[in-house]
Ligand binder design. Structure first.
Ligand code: BGC
Length: 510
């Protein structure tokens, strides 16, 4: 009888024989200077939710008032306690051999109640300490300004992104960050996945401020046909204002780059029919072009204009001028590929994420899954989708430098430590997606970096702590970080060492 560990060791041994370096993938396939990192976000890892002058943010309030909406009823009050353990976390990153760390800044730690309440020096000091520790370890900070959380005060005042007043708030916040950290931070992104969180917040009513209307849901307030586009418009203009300010006042002096991160699934037509081919194109448009077309071409995509007018705002001449400020990079968060089925000519359930594009997304065709499932419904392991999305984005947006700002594998939380730690499926997933990037690079894709989601287990939004994405397991009771097999694999890949079956030496205390 072979145990799970035994199996894993046998597998590792077999892989070691087959491949000289990290099990069939070689770092030398990536250009020199290519950034390899790991990512987290403030609300998901920091904890310390009311410490050192931090204000409450929308997720603090939502998880406290709507704990029933979080699968395990938990919240990010403590999360992975990164606020206190950042030194240990930088240390494990150093041991992994990453060249960059992608993290987000907690807006409410910097400006507890927005622009009118003043800057919190302790918040600035925390990120200064984190950045200093990273740089001392040769790890480049890659910063996101907004990753779903914002001061509750602004949520109350503007409905977060519904009121145009939020644009000035974001512009001010971004300016504070450029001024405070821009001498050392050279890679900035304004927003993380606005295309995704807007739909959850204003169409499906799941994320704060929980707005929606039928057929998407019955929330206390909202209009699923209109509000997502108003909120998106304000985000696009907030982004443009921050880029304008950065380009005008900081870029030359500080020598950095700025961009935005979009969640990108790759959509394949369910059937080889004109209807489904068009459905896949529509889904791509509503997912990607919605934000990147205005940012690159100053206008929403034609398909959206045709289907959504008059709910889709128009850009005024002043707004169009602001949009002429170009971004230096595109961040892509890519996890999965999925089939798109047309809903214009055939009936579907439209109360879904792609419903506004009149598309139904499914992971199955004739009972066969598009790829191996993961712990999150709708997320399949389809490595070749990575190459397709890279080619797609490179082609449409003029070969702009791309960073894969998130890619990772989710497993269910389990009390079986062997299963939890021997995450061979994550290793396979990461290796597959990295190979796909390497192949895209050979075909000329302009990719500059890759970040695994996530460095460590963290608060997974509506799923609480029931789903784990970490290279490092985090024990919620003790906060102990323990490297999974995937951490060892990533380290081997980054350092070019031979496969290991023991990952003890990756612990912070080793
Ligand atoms: C988000 C992360 C999240 C991850 C896995 C992305 O949508 O940026 O915050 O944890 O996917 O669901």
């Amino acid at each position: 009888m072979v145990t799970a560990t035994g199996m894993a060791i046998l597998l590792l041994a077999a892989l070691a024989i087959l491949a000289p370096s990290a099990w069939g993938l070689d770092r030398a396939e990536f250009p020199p200077g290519f950034l390899f990192g790991a990512a987290t976000s403030a609300y998901q890892v920091e904890g310390a939710y009311l410490e050192d002058g931090k204000g409450r943010n929308n997720w603090d309030v939502f998880t406290h008032t709507h704990s029933g909406n979080i699968l395990d009823g938990r919240n990010g009050d403590v999360a992975a306690d990164h606020y206190h353990r950042y030194m240990e976390d930088v240390d494990i990153m150093h041991k992994l051999g990453v060249s960059s760390y992608r993290f987000s800044i907690s807006w409410a730690r910097i400006l507890p109640s927005g622009r009118l309440g003043g800057v919190n020096p302790a918040g600035i000091a925390f990120y200064n300490r984190l950045i200093a520790a990273l740089l001392q370890n040769g790890i480049e900070p890659f910063v996101t300004l907004h990753h779903f959380d914002l001061p509750q005060e602004l949520e109350t005042r503007y409905g977060s992104w519904l009121g145009a007043g939020i644009r000035e708030e974001f512009d001010y916040y971004a300016d504070v960050c450029f001024q405070a950290f821009g001498d050392r931070v050279k890679l900035w992104t304004t927003f993380n996945e606005p295309n995704l969180f807007i739909k959850h917040a204003y169409m499906l009513g799941r994320y704060p401020p929980n707005h929606c209307s039928p057929p998407f849901g019955n929330c206390n307030s909202g209009n699923s046909q209109r509000e997502p586009y108003v909120a998106a418009h304000n985000i696009i203009m907030s982004h443009a204002a921050a880029v304008h300010n950065y380009n005008k006042n900081y870029k030359v002096k500080q020598g950095g780059s700025i961009g935005i991160i979009i969640a990108m699934k790759f959509y394949e037509p369910l059937r080889n029919t004109t209807e489904d081919i068009l459905a896949a194109q529509r889904a791509m448009s509503f997912e990607i072009h919605w934000f990147l077309d205005p940012i690159f071409f100053g206008e929403y995509p034609k398909e959206m204009r045709e289907m959504l007018s008059p709910n889709l705002p128009e850009f005024t001449p002043v707004e169009k001028r602001l949009l002429q400020n170009k971004v230096d990079l595109i961040g892509i968060n890519h996890y999965t590929t999925i089939y798109a089925k047309d809903c214009i000519y055939s009936p579907c359930n439209l109360k879904t994420y792609e419903g506004n594009a009149l598309v139904f997304a499914t992971g199955e065709r004739d009972g066969v899954q598009i790829g191996k499932s993961t712990a999150l419904a709708g997320f399949y392991d389809v490595p070749e989708g990575m190459e397709k999305i890279l080619e797609y984005v490179n082609k449409r947006y003029g070969n702009t430098p791309i960073y894969i700002t998130e890619n990772g594998y989710s497993q269910h939380s389990s009390n079986n430590m062997e299963d939890t730690m021997n995450d061979i499926d994550r290793v396979n997933y990461l290796r597959g997606y990295l190979s796909s990037i390497s192949s895209a690079l050979r075909r000329g894709a302009n990719v500059r970096g890759y970040f695994v989601w996530s460095l460590m287990d963290n608060f997974e939004w509506l799923f609480g702590f029931t789903v784990k994405f970490g290279l490092y397991h985090v024990d919620l009771a003790t906060q102990k970080r323990t490297p999974r097999m995937s951490a060892g694999w990533y380290r081997d890949f980054l350092t070019g060492s031979r496969p290991v079956d023991k990952v003890q030496d990756l612990r912070a205390d080793s």
